[in-house]
Write a protein that binds this ligand. Structure first.
Ligand SMILES: [Ca+2]
Length: 366
């Protein structure tokens, strides 16, 4: 009956019926609807996975990634963190805290790993990176050891770090201040005297890797934009509550320890940042995988920058001494000397040198 067909078609102009009166629209439209639903679900699941992936690795938190303003235009004594520039990083997992003595001991027990500081350097290894004309050190100086913070008992000029750093034979991760010191009682403090190769070996053993400098800074900011500190804008000790382990008093001779710690603090002693990360300011410096150059910020790629191809430090007698980036500052950071515990603050270090305020934490891809 043509009239009925026409009448029905009129009532459902986009849903014609067959002559038998069976609507065709469900047959033709449902697939489109389902395609839309499935696409929507798929995109939703992908977004949820990026934002909140399942199977959180133990001791890690998900850093969602995104675009942020890296660096600072604040200027100051250490200005290698300028200019501010937009950088995008992909999401990743990050250790909630610095690798502890307890964790590093597990690694050493499992692998029999020996750190750089525990092996006597060879003359060749020392001279390899020495400036031309440097006389070779006497043989008795070729002993295993590391560089230890040794505070003077009086004010000293700041232009010579030798006034508070000493080479101590026998200093290493399990003897942080020298052979007579121990980590017993400091199992949950961050491991220190870690050379870059040591940190990388631990990360590989743990199925992880070291963060890039961009990843580290993104994570340190904890989701905050343009704030001077990893927790926001309040000064570290505002209101009498300290927010990180840095230095109080006259650096380097007088540490009033108002934050409770003269040297390292147990990880997690202070409140975490917005991503749930502890000690992203102060306690110990942390290795990043980027080689160090002072001008990288001016020309770094915008997406997932990995650092320059090699290092260069014009402040060194040998500018080609291999150095990588340190981040986060340490218990030695003092507003009177340097404030590199701020999220943009950069450090740098000889890849073969551990120090008593240098450790690391790891990251892992999704
Ligand atoms: Ca302190």
């Amino acid at each position: 009956m043509p009239r009925t067909v026409q009448a029905s078609a009129k009532r459902h102009p986009t849903s014609p019926v067959t002559e038998a009166g069976t609507p065709t629209a469900p047959i033709r439209k449902w697939p489109r609807v389902w395609i839309g639903v499935m696409l929507g679900l798929g995109i939703g699941v992908a977004v949820m996975f990026i934002l909140f992936p399942s199977h959180t690795p133990a001791g890690m938190v998900w850093i969602p990634g995104g675009t942020f303003l890296m660096g600072t235009d604040e200027g100051g004594r250490f200005f290698a963190d300028a200019p501010t520039h937009a950088v995008t990083v992909s999401g990743f997992w990050m250790d909630t805290h610095e690798v502890t003595n307890r964790q590093f001991a597990e690694f050493v027990q499992a692998t029999q790993y020996v750190t750089v500081a525990e092996v006597a350097p060879t003359l060749a290894s020392i001279m390899k990176n020495a400036p031309p004309g440097t006389p070779p050190p006497p043989e008795e100086k070729l002993v295993a050891g590391s560089v230890v913070f040794t505070p003077p008992d009086h004010d000293v000029p700041w232009d010579d770090v030798g006034n508070w750093w000493s080479w101590v034979s026998g200093a290493c991760w399990h003897h942080p201040e020298g052979p007579d010191s121990t980590i017993i009682g400091r199992e949950d403090h961050p491991v220190v005297h870690i050379a870059y190769a040591d940190a990388a070996a631990y990360a590989q053993w743990a199925g992880k890797r070291l963060p890039t400098e961009a990843e580290w800074e993104f994570a340190a900011r904890g989701g905050l934009a343009g704030q001077p500190f990893v927790w926001g804008e309040k000064e570290p000790g505002a209101g009498g509550t300290f927010r990180c382990n840095i230095w109080q008093g006259r650096f380097p001779s007088q540490n009033t320890q108002r934050d409770g710690f003269a040297r390292t603090a147990p990880v997690g002693s202070f409140a975490p940042n917005g991503y749930g990360l502890y000690d992203m300011a102060g306690n110990v410096w942390e290795w990043c995988s980027d080689w160090y150059t002072p001008d990288y910020y001016e020309k770094s790629p915008k997406v997932n920058p990995q650092g320059p191809a090699s290092s260069f430090d014009p402040d060194e007698p040998n500018p080609l001494l291999p150095k990588r980036v340190h981040r986060g500052g340490s218990f030695l950071c003092s507003d009177r000397f340097c404030s590199r515990y701020k999220p943009a603050g950069r450090g740098k270090g000889d890849v073969d040198s551990g120090l008593s305020h240098l450790g690391f934490r790891c990251v892992q891809g999704p």
